[in-house]
Design a protein around this ligand. Structure first.
Ligand code: ZN
Length: 199
């Protein structure tokens, strides 16, 4: 039983964060109340702005503030290269680790029929339309080397073939079962640089 109903509500709300259970939520709430109320207010404002203000880029499906994301709107990126990734965090990892200057397409998931994630949910019709425009010369498939990531990669390569676009896959160095987000920069840079034809 808590001494304050507001505190109870705050703890309950904090539990929506991934990996945060009751104890951690309690600690977070106490920390903000005792040591950092200004930080807590700032967090509340940023959360509200992000939840209401961030949408998806109509071109690459990554997060964006307003229409096109900053990458798609950047004329100095190479529009002949399109790298398909599962999650926005993968784009961040590739940007940090490699000198890639092309564009991205974000699936926001991977083919997973059991979770209700099919080609439509991953925006693959949008991807096919994009390839049909004719500007993309290489489709770089950078899905995770997991079972579902592999299945997704095969499907993507098929779309590439249908649209007459060469596709490539990241090479060795990415461990099987691994996730791009957690791979060290050097390994990811090597795998990216040595990508192979996806057939
Ligand atoms: Zn975009």
């Amino acid at each position: 039983m808590s001494s304050s109903r507001r505190l109870e509500a705050l703890v309950e709300a904090l539990r929506c964060l991934p990996g945060v259970g009751a104890r951690t939520a309690q600690r977070m709430a106490h920390h903000l109340l005792e040591r950092n109320r200004e930080g807590g207010r700032h967090l509340a404002r940023q959360l509200a702005e992000a939840m209401d203000g961030i949408g998806h880029c109509p071109r690459c499906r990554n997060y964006s503030d307003d229409g096109l994301c900053t990458l798609c709107a950047n004329a100095s990126r190479d529009g002949s290269l399109l790298c398909v990734i599962e999650m926005p965090a993968d784009q961040f990892a590739i940007e940090q680790a490699t000198g890639y200057r092309g564009l991205y397409f974000v699936l926001q998931g991977r083919l997973s029929p059991l979770d209700g994630l099919g080609p439509r949910e991953l925006g693959l019709d949008l991807l096919a339309e994009r390839l049909a425009e004719g500007q993309v010369r290489e489709l770089i498939i950078a899905t995770n080397p997991t079972v579902e990531g592999e299945a997704t990669a095969h499907y993507l390569a098929q779309i590439g073939r249908q649209q007459g676009v060469r596709s490539s896959r990241l090479a060795h160095g990415v461990p099987l079962g691994g996730e791009l987000e957690y791979i060290d920069r050097g390994t990811l840079a090597h795998a990216f640089g040595a990508r192979q034809d996806a057939g």
